[in-house]
Design a protein around this ligand. Structure first.
Ligand SMILES: [Zn+2]
Length: 420
């Protein structure tokens, strides 16, 4: 009796609900996706941070892929190196010679990390522009220069409007307040799109490891905590990709490492250079100077002699291994501090410890993370240290772009570990 009531009820309900269409092979099959390429930067991530026991995701990617301690370009600063990674040209040739710079063609103007006038970025073509030109849709969840309409001309007095130029098809204006989770979700949301408007090349950028390294020093527990938090975001990205059935070639890099600094290791410029002799363009791990008119000899006399913990050169005499000094934007005199020393405007009035980068790019603590993992790469291979300008040729190979001509980098370090 009860069973027949239930049976009648079920039939009634079944009559109310639209009968689902029979499953066909097409609707039952999960879409088979071609691999995408995701270039991830973890700013200031030193390769030995993988030894702290807080990076299960990055360590697994390294173990199942290709890893190395990568050499940044000089100066080992954020913008010059992010631009070197995506152009294959060292700062001296890619035009981003510092985080702050001047150009005689733009008197009275200063490039800062907020500058998106294409004028400053035009000396080297980034890989997303090459990709867009080749019909490979790109999307950038932050990367220095990715918000620039590359090759365009800024319209005067127009709140950033640009004539012409090429940007990634999708891009975001950098804002540190966008959380790591939001950045990962943005990448996953782009990959959730229908295939026709889905990117094939993406970038993703995290800044918190660098910030902790600066604020507390590379050995500090706060830095280790930030490393673990970014590792968890990499885990979130991996799970999201797996849920989408999206294979990916991940190329995870850092722009530079981090050296410990201290108020015990400072060089005070006000005791060396008179403000009437020069303008200081940058200071910190290195300092750069433009002599004031008629004060060239006075500045040379003040700086060009032996110093403890510091070396100064005219730009034409910077040692060749730095590949730095030919670009017009490099100021006439450069002083480089010894690793962990800080060139400061005045002696610090209270003690500090922290971290910095910008030093000799061949110093071990300036080394940068490199991990490549995915169907394009061999598994479990550790490479000898290579230059970060080699990453752009690697990305071109993975994306199927023709080799770029006349750049500084080469894909030679990867020939044994990349699958044809
Ligand atoms: Zn950086």
């Amino acid at each position: 009796m009860r069973n027949s009531i239930l049976a009648a009820l079920f039939l009634t309900l079944a009559g109310c609900v639209a009968t689902p269409p029979p499953r066909t092979v097409a609707s039952a099959a999960v879409e088979t996706r071609a691999p995408v390429t995701i270039l991830v930067s973890i700013d200031g991530f030193r390769p030995d941070y993988l030894d702290r026991g807080v990076t299960p995701n990055l360590s697994a990617l390294a173990a199942g892929g290709v890893s190395a301690a990568m050499r940044p370009s000089f100066p080992s600063k954020t913008f010059p190196n992010h631009w070197a990674i995506v152009t294959g040209l060292r700062p001296d040739r890619n035009g981003i010679v510092g985080n702050t710079m001047e150009d005689v063609r733009r008197p009275g103007e200063t490039f800062t990390m907020a500058t998106d006038d294409p004028f400053w970025w035009g000396e080297a073509e980034p890989i997303w522009v090459a990709a867009e030109k080749a019909g490979i849709r790109s999307a950038t969840m932050f990367w220095p220069g990715a918000n620039v309409a590359w090759g365009g001309t800024l319209k005067p007095h127009s709140y950033g409007a640009v004539d012409g130029g090429t940007r990634p098809e999708d891009w975001q204006q950098f804002n540190q307040a966008v959380t790591g989770e939001q950045r990962v979700n943005a990448v996953l949301d782009w990959l959730r799109r229908p295939e026709a408007i889905r990117p094939k090349f993406l970038t993703l950028y995290f800044d918190t490891v660098d910030s902790a390294g600066h604020g507390f020093g590379p050995a500090a527990p706060e830095t280790t905590k930030a490393v673990g938090e970014v590792d968890a975001l990499i885990g979130m990205l991996r799970r999201g990709l797996a849920d989408l059935g999206q294979p990916a070639n991940l190329v995870i890099v850092a722009d530079h490492g981090m050296a410990p600094t201290s108020s015990e290791r400072t060089i005070a410029l006000d005791r060396i250079v008179k403000p009437t002799d020069a303008r200081v363009i940058e200071s910190g791990p290195y300092a750069s100077f433009v002599p004031l008119p008629g004060r060239e000899t006075a500045l040379d006399t003040a700086l060009l002699r032996p110093w403890p913990h510091m070396q100064c050169w005219r730009k034409s005499q910077i040692p060749a291994r730095f590949h730095y000094g030919r670009n017009d934007r490099v100021p006439p005199i450069l002083c480089l501090a010894a690793d962990g020393w800080s060139i400061v405007k005045t002696a610090p009035d209270k003690p500090f410890v922290g971290g910095n980068h910008g030093y000799d790019n061949d110093q071990p603590d300036m080394r940068a993370l490199f991990i490549a993992n995915g169907p394009a790469f061999a598994k479990g291979r550790k490479l000898a240290t290579f230059d970060n300008v080699d990453v752009a040729p690697l990305l071109r190979d993975v994306l199927g772009l023709p080799a770029a001509q006349g750049i500084d980098g080469t894909d030679a370090p990867f020939r044994e570990v990349i699958k044809p």
